[in-house]
Every structure is written in C-alpha cells, then in structure tokens.
Design a binder for this molecule. Structure first.
Ligand code: NAD
Length: 410
C-alpha cells in the first residue's frame, strides 16, 4: 500500500463517521496545487546534476499551508502528497490556523558537499519562491534538512521578496528561530504519553517504555519520559537496539550519542539487541520514532505493548492498525502524537510576525497547553463515538477543515 493510500483510508474511515458526502470527500482529499521542478546545479567537480523537487499544497481553508521539506533519495510525488495531506489533518486536530503542505528533493544529502547542499537549496528556492511565503505556505525542516538549510531558504527567499523571517520556520534560535524548536516533537510525545497514562489510570513508574529511533524525536522523548519517572528500558537507532530491563540511564545514552556523531554504536550500558526484537519487547509502551511502516502484518503479532505512541509519521500499516485495535491496544496517532514540532513552528511564525521573541519557559508552557487541549478533545471524541483515538483525531480534523471550507464559500 502506498503512503497516500494509508492516509486516504484513515480519512475515509473518519469521513464515514461524520457522513461526509462523496463530493466533499473529493474536495477535501485533493491537493490544491502540486508543483514539480527541475533543480539543475553545478557540482564541485564542475559536472551538472539534475534533481527533481516537489512542493504539494494540500489545503488552505484554515490558514496558510505548513509543512516540511525533505531531502531524501526516496522522495517522490506520492510520498509528498501523502505527507502534505497528513499536515492538513495534523494542524486541524491541534487547532493551529494552518493548512497542510510538504515538499522535498529526491537527493541523498549525505552525498553532497556542504557547498553543493547550499547550491541545491538555493536553486530549489529560485524555482518555487513565488508559491511560498509567510501568508501562503511556510516550509520547515524534515528528514535530511536542518536549521542551517532553513536559514539559506530564508536568505534566498528574501532576495526576491524582502525581509520577512516568517517565510520559513525551524531557523536557528539565534537567527529568528524559536527557543525549544529542536526538542519540541520529542517533548510533545513525552507530554502526551504522560496525559494518556493519566487517562488510562496508570503510573509512569510502572510503565516500561521501548523507543525506536534516537534522533531528534526519540532522544527528546526519552529524556522527557525518563525525567517524568517512566522506565525507559530500550532505545535504538540505525546501529541496533539497546535493552536494559532495570531501565536505561538516558542521560548517559544522550551524552554517548551526542559525543559519537549522534550514534549509539558501541554503547555498552545495555544489552545489544536488534530493532526487530525491540518491537516485540515485554513493555507497556512502545514509541516508534524512526521510520514509517515499521509495524506490519509480519510483526504485529510480536507486539506486547498495550500503548503505542506514533512518534514517527505513519509507523503502523493500516492492516496492523486494525489488528492492534481489535486487541485493545491504545494507539495515539501521529497527527496528534508528533504535533509538538509543528506547534512550536507555529510559535516561531507568530514571534516572527510580531517581531517579539519568547523565552524557553513560555514556549514550553504554550506547547503543553496546545497539546493538552488537543489530546483532551480527541479523548472525548473517541469516548463519545466509541472509536479509536486515530478515527477520533481524523473526525475532529475533517470537521474543522470541512467547516472552514464551507464558511469560506466554495
Ligand atoms: P532523525 O533523523 O533525527 O532520527 C531518526 C532516528 O532513527 C535516528 O536515530 C536513526 O539512527 C534512526 N533510524 C534510522 N533508520 C532506522 C532503522 N532502520 N531502525 C531503527 N532506527 C533507525 O529524525 P527525526 O527528526 O527524529 O524523525 C523521526 C521520525 O519522526 C520521522 O518519521 C519524521 O518524519 C517524524 N517527525 C519528526 C518531526 C521533527 O520535528 N523532527 C516532527 C514530526 C514527525
């Protein structure tokens, strides 16, 4: 199943619950604009490389569109389309005044020199600068892009349109970025894990957690959960998984990873197991925070956790999702669980528009407030309708986007 088909399936399940008619489904599902451009750049050795870049703008009924830019060899139109729609539902369920977009370039950034990466980024902006900006569509970092790339994007966009740092988010904190943006998604996963546990009447200290992925999301989620008294027993990255039934010393693991090029290779404070084994560990909570599509029909029966928070986008295949629901596993879906990042991106945009910078404490408080409100609404909707948290989240999102579309006039 393609990524876009999975998003569409979840949309349709929720649309059935709110009796959305076929014409409205068609309208809400289709992207407003899909742009594909050729990015031709000169490499350091003088050769010309021709890359393909995309920007898909899915919906703008609730505000300017928002979504990351991904530099990765697997980037294609279908994936970008699916992620753009996911952003629409994510912004709507968290009630940010945004629609959804996504973009990217099919390229392996690790194979480019620093200068080549900058040239590729600036060339891409040259191609799409007239379709994004502070009041139309605001890009942000995603896989393979970072705050430095966002700075280049801002600089290149401003050459055409003049000073306006709100044209892109995820910029360095000392250069119009928000304090706390880097930790935001992982911290959000932690905040929501805490809220979810409260609703389920369980205690952090009795909750063993396994986290797949120790990058931006996994690392900050692990830190927050450890500090909130959860027992983080397993962490992992592309080098493998690390398991300690008594609990991992997360501070040591963080220190180790940051001092070894963001890798846990050689971490000896825990038993080394495989990423496949991590998925099936005897834990109460599982947090996939690395890649999409890691829980499938092939491994769903190995899962013993009865709570899953989707730190990554789309980590559970829809068939596996159905089986887990039938088994009574509580799943907090990606559009809620990892919305902390776009929420703090929104705070960055607000600060840029107001030319007023918030401190870290304010960012954290506002993040807690936005995510708690969204979580409470999703929980309530799920209980009222007796549906999964995923369907409830989509129901709320679809209702908001539908209402905004109708109010604006079609
Ligand atoms: P990242 O690149 O910082 O980290 C990814 C981590 O996954 C790394 O530790 C890497 O080693 C690990 N990994 C890669 N392949 C793996 C494999 N086969 N098995 C196990 N681990 C593997 O990325 P990130 O920003 O932490 O994003 C992780 C996921 O969260 C992605 O799906 C991303 O789309 C999603 N997400 C991120 C943000 C954000 O703000 N960073 C926001 C929303 C969603």
């Amino acid at each position: 199943m393609k990524a876009s088909e999975a998003t569409q399936l979840y949309f349709e399940n929720a649309a059935d619950k709110v009796d959305l008619d076929d014409r409205m489904r068609k309208l809400l599902l289709a992207a407003k604009r899909e742009v594909q451009v050729q990015v031709a750049v000169e490499l350091d050795n003088g050769e010309i490389e021709t890359l393909v870049g995309y920007r898909v703008q899915h919906d703008n009924s609730r505000g300017p569109m928002k979504g990351g830019l991904r530099f990765h060899p697997d980037v294609d139109l279908d994936e970008v389309r699916s992620l753009a729609a996911l952003m629409t539902w994510k912004c709507a369920v968290v009630n940010l005044p945004y629609g959804g977009a996504k973009g990217g370039i099919c390229v392996d950034p690790k194979k480019l020199s620093h200068k080549e990466l900058e040239r590729v980024t600036r060339k891409f902006v040259d191609q799409i600068h007239d379709i994004f900006g502070p009041h139309t569509d605001i890009p942000a970092p995603d896989m393979g892009t970072n705050h430095e790339i966002m700075s280049w994007i801002r600089n290149q966009w401003e050459k055409y349109h003049g000073f306006n740092p709100a044209c892109v988010t995820g910029k360095p904190a000392e250069h119009y970025g928000a304090e706390g943006r880097e930790e935001a998604t992982g911290r959000g996963v932690g905040i929501l894990a805490f809220k979810l546990l409260g609703r389920l009447g369980r205690k952090p200290k009795d909750t063993r957690v396994a986290i797949q992925g120790f990058g931006n999301v996994g690392m900050h989620a692990a830190k927050f959960l450890h500090e909130a008294d959860f027992k983080v027993v397993a962490i992992s990255d592309v080098s493998g998984a690390y398991y300690r039934p008594e609990g991992i010393d997360v501070a040591k693991a963080l220190h180790y990873s940051l001092n070894h090029g963001r890798s846990l290779t050689g971490f000896e404070e825990a038993e080394r197991i495989s990423n496949t084994e991590l998925i099936g560990l005897n834990v109460e909570m599982l947090i996939p925070a690395a890649l999409g599509g890691v829980i499938t029909m092939d491994n769903v029966n190995q899962i013993r956790a009865n709570i899953i928070l989707e730190g990554a986008n789309g980590p559970i295949h829809p068939d596996a999702d159905r089986i887990l629901n039938e088994r009574g596993v509580t799943i907090l879906p990606d559009i809620v669980a990892n919305a902390g990042g776009v929420t703090v991106s929104y705070f960055e945009w607000v600060q840029n528009l107001q030319h007023y910078k918030w401190g870290l404490n304010r960012v954290r408080q506002e993040l807690d407030h936005v995510l708690t409100q969204a979580f409470d609404q999703v929980w309530q909707e799920a209980n009222d309708r007796q549906v999964s948290l995923r369907t409830a989240a989509y129901v709320i999102a679809i209702r908001r986007v539908h209402r905004a579309t109708v109010l604006a006039g079609i």
